[in-house]
Design a protein around this ligand. Structure first.
Ligand code: URA
Length: 302
């Protein structure tokens, strides 16, 4: 008896429902494998049960409205960002003096390198203003410099940074092209402890000025401190919600954050250092990146 002919239906179904597939380089495929994520078209081809069944919706293809409906309702900040921010960081926050002109890039970086607004200034080797394309599509915001970043004065150059680079590569991005990488706080906290509320409060004006200068099209908040700071500043969620919700409940949606006088799409995802410890969440991080890429595609061109 001859073997039955292979059933073409799954492949056909995948062809019928699949939108254009990104062409992945071997490096990108390796990245997805490294993240433990199958490209959505492979998942679709494998899972499609027959010619009439739609492939399972990958994160990238989900309709924004459907996604919004699926996401749990979260309390929105009642007014502007100010109450949420103040509640999160109740310390006085020195902004740039209203009378002085807002610093340009050189002045801003110099101010960050000279900054003594909080005790971290006396302990650092190097302040880490940020790096990348100064007219980026993407602004990635991490938490704070670690040991290696403190030594080099550059963001995300340790192990977490290597993973971040691979995540960017999977999106066909590089940290110098279309991407700027910054942190919420610009100096390393001792022993890599969490940033304190007053440190965040002192550093936030620097980040907001960076947003103002960069005018990114999409903001990706990496981890809890970036998410809390940007969502509070952006007037997206109430201070109470931000205090109570774990990061997993903040991700999975596109926020509209009012930052530096503009409304910007903002997506929250896991911090790469967390992903190194919890690789099972890499698939969710990949879905967040796809969500952000989709939001970027939909953002109006200037
Ligand atoms: N973690 C961060 O949040 N930022 C860095 O620059 C490095 C590690």
């Amino acid at each position: 008896m001859s073997a039955p002919a292979p059933d073409p239906a799954p492949a056909l179904a995948a062809t019928l429902v699949a939108p254009a597939r990104p062409r992945l380089s071997p490096r990108q495929s390796a990245m997805l494998a490294e993240m433990g994520v199958r490209p959505w078209w492979q998942t679709a081809a494998k899972a499609a049960p027959g010619p009439t069944a739609a492939a399972p919706a990958p994160a990238r293809r989900a309709e924004p409205a459907a996604r919004a409906a699926a996401a749990p309702a979260l309390p929105v900040a009642a007014t502007s960002s100010a109450p949420a921010t103040a509640a999160l960081a109740p310390h006085t926050r020195p902004a740039f003096p209203a009378t002085a002109p807002a610093p340009d890039w050189d002045a801003l970086e110099q101010q960050i390198r000279d900054c003594q607004r909080c005790p971290l200034g006396a302990q650092r080797q190097c302040a880490v203003p940020g790096m990348g394309d100064r007219r980026p599509d993407w602004l990635l915001v991490g938490e704070a410099p670690g040991e290696e970043e403190d030594r080099q004065g550059l963001p995300f150059v340790g192990r977490a940074g290597q993973l971040l680079d691979r995540m960017l590569a999977a999106l066909q991005l590089q940290r110098e092209q279309r991407v700027y990488i910054a942190n919420v706080i610009k100096c390393r906290p001792p022993q890599n402890r969490n940033p304190a509320a007053d440190e965040i409060a002192h550093c936030t004006p620097y980040l907001l000025r960076q947003v103002d200068l960069l005018q990114p099209k999409i903001v990706l908040a990496l981890g809890r401190f970036a998410a809390q700071t940007l969502l509070a500043e952006g007037g997206c969620l109430s201070a109470e919600a931000l205090r109570e919700l774990p990061l997993g409940k903040l991700r999975g949606r596109v926020y509209q954050a009012r930052l530096a006088g503009r409304v910007l799409p903002l997506v929250v995802t896991y911090h790469p250092a967390y992903l190194l410890r919890s690789p099972a969440d890499k698939a969710r991080a990949w879905a967040d990146l796809c969500l952000a890429a989709e939001a970027l595609e939909q953002s109006p061109s200037p």
